[in-house]
Design a protein around this ligand. Structure first.
Ligand code: HXC
Length: 510
């Protein structure tokens, strides 16, 4: 008996060594942790239960039968994050460069299937040279099996990808179909075709970092939702994000203990809006001042900064926040902002996370680049996302809410549950100057008359009361009381039940 136990331990030790000490040292020398070290950091202490530690590839071509590493380049299993269950796979770059073989894919598929059945998130730690070249089409088939599961799991359990090394070729499409992608700065990259192919086909000379590093994907392409300095910070931040999320689409988001008075009055908000309506202010200040303990988990912080998206808690419950940011492009909606916010709203709705919308929007950004880029279709994504969302929706208009953007930003007409406005709100079809120049065109050559008309228009529309008279604004609230009002609003909506008509699926303007 003792001998069998010793043999088991010996086999386990071999599997735990992955591709061997030299390759582990090489991994460390690149500033990267090993697959197992990453899992240890991601999960609660001693909570990891591994599957398929001894699973081996079946390839015999190119001398592969002589090269066996138990586990075949990916560590899979489940564990807990702050006591809540998650499934995880972590690719082991020390074994065939973390490349995906048929059996490597089977291991990932197994935990994805279990995650779906048991209703828990899937977290993928990606560090792979892509398809296992020696296995050919069997490897491509393995990828497709994973892709299909990504699609089926979408909207059922949260899926999070962390890119911690190479992720190239078709391999990028699994992370691309998950809910969130995070990258590690300077050690991870994602691209469909690498720098060499790019050079051959387009003559462009570009480094891997420029083509698909963390900076590119968080600032330019918006493929990634966040980038972190190193493996340790990335994994710590994923733990923080998981705390905000429900485990599946049948559960409500978690309620955490909170130590912040829901009725807390923030008098400083009464002076947040500058006297000059064209002067910007930082909308993040409002978010931080109304969130429990000022804790804001921002998503896509470095992309489309004219809109803010992220998670806060109110009375311990997760709330998704979408907010125009007046400090960037005056808070205008544009293509990038619409896409960013639409995807976020859809995530929240899929996982029953209530949405708080903070509005200060002068309209859609004008210009040929926006029109040629299809702002009509992209803006419609956000409109569509808000319109189809059935989760509790609370909206606060702090200042401008002009034109179509007023409608889009979770207005009453898109089934907003609570639509509040600050006394500083201006709700109208368009700004006073533009409106006057159209409806008083005959007076265009008379500056005195124009300025009088403009002042009249401002007096009539640069306030929240016309909308309030029509019931489009439920209440005009004191800025300092926003946290109390919004907490009470969400508390009153905990039993909300709203269903859209049956359909196979909608046809959002992709
Ligand atoms: C098998 C691979 C491999 C792969 C790396 N290795 N990629 N083995 N299949 N795809 C092995 C190497 O042979 C090496 O083995 C070890 O992993 C580490 O690789 P290095 O090259 O030494 O590491 P590094 O210098 O850090 O370079 C990493 C790399 C490079 C940039 C990822 O290895 C590389 O370019 N690999 C090939 C990438 C690729 O073309 N993949 C296929 C993409 S197409 P030893 O034994 O020396 O340690 C694809 C299609 C998917 O993925 C389609 C899905 C639909």
């Amino acid at each position: 008996m003792n001998k069998i136990l010793t043999e088991l331990e010996a086999r386990r030790n071999i599997a735990r060594m992955g591709g061997g000490q030299n390759r582990i040292d090489a991994q460390h020398a690149k500033g990267k942790l090993t697959a197992r070290e990453r899992i240890d950091l991601l999960l609660d202490d001693d909570s990891f239960e591994e599957f398929d530690m001894f699973k081996a590839h079946r390839c015999v071509d190119f001398g592969m039968d002589e090269q066996q590493f138990p586990g075949d380049g990916v560590v899979t299993g489940w564990g807990t994050i702050n006591g809540r269950m998650v499934y995880v796979y972590s690719q082991d770059f020390t074994v065939f460069g973390g490349s995906l073989s048929e059996t490597h894919a089977e291991k990932i598929c197994k935990i994805m299937d279990m995650a779906m059945q048991n209703g828990a998130p899937v977290i993928g730690l990606n560090d792979s040279g892509g398809a296992r070249i020696q296995e050919g089409v069997a490897s491509l088939a393995g990828y497709a099996e994973v892709f299909q599961r990504n699609v089926m799991a979408s909207g059922v359990v949260p899926q999070i990808s962390v890119i911690m090394g190479p992720c190239a070729g078709g391999a990028v499409y699994s992370p691309a179909m998950t809910d969130f992608i995070f990258m590690v700065k300077d050690s991870s990259y994602m691209f469909v075709t690498g720098p060499d192919v790019v050079k051959t086909v387009t003559n462009e000379i570009v480094t891997a970092e420029e083509l698909g590093g963390a900076s590119t994907h968080t600032k330019k392409s918006s493929v990634a939702d966040g980038a972190f300095e190193n493996d340790v910070i990335a994994l710590t931040e994923v733990r923080r994000l998981v705390d905000f999320l429900p485990l599946n689409n049948r559960q409500k988001p978690p309620v955490r203990p909170f130590f912040d008075d829901p009725s807390r009055v923030e008098s400083s908000l009464d002076t947040l809006i500058p006297e000059n309506p064209n002067q910007p202010y930082d909308m993040k200040e409002l978010i931080l001042k109304i969130a429990d303990e000022s804790d804001f988990y921002e998503i896509q912080e470095d992309f489309a900064k004219n809109i803010l998206t992220g998670f806060i808690r109110m009375e311990g419950s997760t709330v998704g926040v979408v907010a125009n940011q007046p400090t960037v492009l005056a808070g205008c909606l544009d293509i990038d902002a619409s896409r960013k916010a639409a995807r976020f709203v859809r995530f929240c709705d899929a996982f029953e996370i209530p949405i708080l919308t903070l509005v200060d929007v002068p309209g859609f950004l004008p210009g040929t680049s926006q029109e040629f880029g299809g702002v009509i279709k992209h803006g419609a994504k956000l409109l569509f996302a808000y319109g189809e969302a059935t989760v509790p929706k609370v909206t606060v208009i702090t200042r401008k809410a002009y034109g179509g953007a007023y409608d889009v930003m979770s207005s009453k007409h898109l089934r907003g549950d609570f639509n509040y406005a600050w006394p500083t709100a201006e709700i109208a079809v368009m700004g006073a100057k533009g409106a006057t120049e159209i409806i008083h065109r005959a007076d265009l050559n008379n500056p005195e008359k124009i300025s009088q008309h403009t002042a009249d228009y401002e007096k009539r529309f640069a306030n929240p009361f016309i909308a309030a008279e029509k019931g489009f604004i439920d209440e005009v609230i004191m800025p300092g009381s926003t946290r109390r009002r919004v907490c009470r609003a969400f508390a009153s909506l905990r039993g909300k039940s709203l269903k859209n008509p049956w359909k196979k699926h909608d046809n959002i303007p992709l």
